[in-house]
Design a binder for this molecule. Structure first.
Ligand code: HEC
Length: 179
């Protein structure tokens, strides 16, 4: 039994030290561009994010109604601070989408269905190990709630005369201005 426990400890030690040397001797590809998270990494990270946010996000309705004024306020905050990463109504797929690790969800082409409180929480506190910053102290809570209103309603504000499939993340189908 002692031999077995000793073996387990040695194995863990070898894995840990081996992993450390592998990573710190230039074998771990640290680029953001060209790397995509594996299915395992993505699922594990998304699950921990979902569980944490479900547990901690405010369980309240959005204090703002989706009126034209509130939506416009939200769209101004969004265009100034978020569109560069998340896409805008004019350019629903941002060129920065794949320039971060993990890649950035494009909110104008795929409306998140999470409760408003969850989106508020993610925007306010950001997401660790990703490019998503927390906006606490930069944007007021009111501005964050209104930005959520805009994100949730953006798909209805798109120009209906232009053909676009909201589920389509493909750049070629976006209505970016002609080059
Ligand atoms: C520098 C790039 C960057 C900027 C600027 C940025 N975000 Fe993000 N955002 C991200 C990334 C990357 C993620 C994905 C995080 C992950 O993988 O969990 C994300 C995730 C989100 C999500 C969760 C999406 C979902 O499907 O659940 C929301 C909502 C969001 N951002 C809103 C905003 C808002 C609002 C702003 C501006 C106030 C903003 N972001 C600014 C990079 C950015």
């Amino acid at each position: 039994m002692r031999g077995f426990i000793f073996g387990v400890i040695i194995t863990l030690l070898v894995l840990f030290v081996g992993g450390y040397f592998y990573a710190t001797t230039g074998h771990f590809d640290t680029r953001a561009v060209g790397n995509t998270p594996s299915t395992f990494e993505r699922q594990t990270a998304n699950k921990s994010l979902d569980e944490w946010v479900d547990e901690h996000a405010p369980k309240q309705a959005n204090p703002f109604q989706p009126t034209m004024d509130n939506t416009m306020d939200g769209s101004m905050t969004y265009d100034k601070n978020c569109a560069g990463c998340h896409g805008s109504l004019k350019q629903p797929i941002s060129p920065m989408r794949t320039k971060y690790y993990p890649p950035v969800p494009q909110l104008m082409s795929r409306t998140p269905d999470d409760p408003d409180g969850n989106l508020f929480y993610v925007i306010k506190y950001g997401v660790r190990y990703t490019a998503m910053p927390g906006w606490e102290g930069v944007l007021s809570d009111d501005d964050i709630w209104k930005t959520v209103i805009f994100i949730k309603n953006a798909s209805q504000m798109k120009d209906n005369s232009q053909q676009r499939n909201p589920q389509n993340m493909d750049n070629s189908k976006s209505n970016s201005p002609p080059k």
